[in-house]
Design a protein around this ligand. Sequence first.
Ligand SMILES: N[C@@H](CCSC[C@H]1O[C@@H](n2cnc3c(=O)[nH]cnc32)[C@H](O)[C@@H]1O)C(=O)O
Ligand SMILES: [Zn+2]
Length: 430
Amino acid sequence: MRTWIRNGLLATMVEGEAPYCGDILIEHDRIVEIGTSVHASEEDKVIEGDGFAVMPGFINAHQHSPMSLLRAFSDDRKLMDWLDRKMLPAEANMTPEDIYWGSMLAMAEMIRSGTTCFADMYIHMDQIGEAVKSAGMRASLTRGLVFLQDDGGKRMGEAIDLVERWSGAADGRITTMIGPHSPYTCPPEPLKETIAYAESRKLPIHIHLAETKEEVVKIRDRYGVTPTEYLVDLGMFDRSHVLLAHAVHLTRKDVRLLHGMRGGVAHNPISNLKLGCGIAPVTECIRQGITVGIGTDGAGSATTLDMFESARAAAWLQKLDYGDPTMLPAGQALRMGTLESAKLLCLNREVGTLEKGKKADLILVDLRKPHLQPNHNVESLLAYAAKGSDVDTVMVDGRLLMQGRKLLTIDEEELFGQVRHRAARIVQGI
Ligand SMILES: N[C@@H](CCSC[C@H]1O[C@@H](n2cnc3c(=O)[nH]cnc32)[C@H](O)[C@@H]1O)C(=O)O
Ligand SMILES: [Zn+2]
């Protein structure tokens, strides 16, 4: 059976295409027709689009989904203090089942706020894979690798295991990357090994980079170079596609060094704002031809996974940084949260825009709200006024995950019960 989205205001995110009123026809998992005169029939299942903006689902380019269990547990602290004293001890208390429910909590929030796909870096990845399967989202999964203890081999084994067992799983909705955590948690030798493995399997790399000034000082003290130079010198960018999370503290030379890289930067404006990290040089990166997508980071730091807020914050920060309201306009902010993020996840041939032949990963945003009226410019409304709670319908791979704000794949009552007792146990004594 086909699904016919009728009379929606289509914000396709295709470069240069203005939003227009039209229809989308979906067969199985793909968009088979889109435009002003699709060949729909009476048997098609109709989704009424009148009054709704239809856009590709947001793609959250950097996440630690189970950290939703640590939401609001430790705020208003310095990053290293937060990580070492609060997050890592709490993570050590998490069982595989906790990871499953924490990830499910993140997915309930993501679906409710219009995100259809995310890049995740964490531990106990089998449980995250199972949660993704069950919730119906699309995800790129990475086992985060910290090489500060002497069990690096075991961790690397888990990372390889994830790649071998989960690449292409859940009807192709799951892809994988290799995830050395950061320059400051990965010494040269194990980092070289991860690069060599990524090259041999043609896998993308997902890594944190230059998130804080402290990181820059630490890496300079240890190796005499910037965090970016450290990765460049080890050959990380020679052959691999690399997803760089944060990239806040880059020198001009660093940005030039990244010119021509495969992959790009996942900008996490809310996490950077809240942790006081700084303003990432997004405009300079884009001028150097570097792809910049948007992520939230985990809810443990960002507190919220609403990509509308993150896209808006990305635009605001560039305007503020340059003292110029023409910087990072509305349409570009939305494209960064969809198509550009898709490029970072190596998924832009399949998702990121509404186009014939692409996967049907899309959302309907209800415009019949005071804060979304009148409609002079729908991209402006979506970027500057819409909230995750305005999302009415979410489809991934042609399957409805939410309709009329009712989640169709997640039982929230059960979820909240699981989350409550697990969250309390994890943080006990920390
Ligand atoms: N700690 C894991 C490996 C890393 S998974 C991803 C890690 O990123 C950490 N993380 C979350 N947010 C941030 C951030 O903003 N910067 C750096 N690390 C973060 C998070 O606490 C988690 O430990 C192990 O023992 O094997
Ligand atoms: Zn992170």
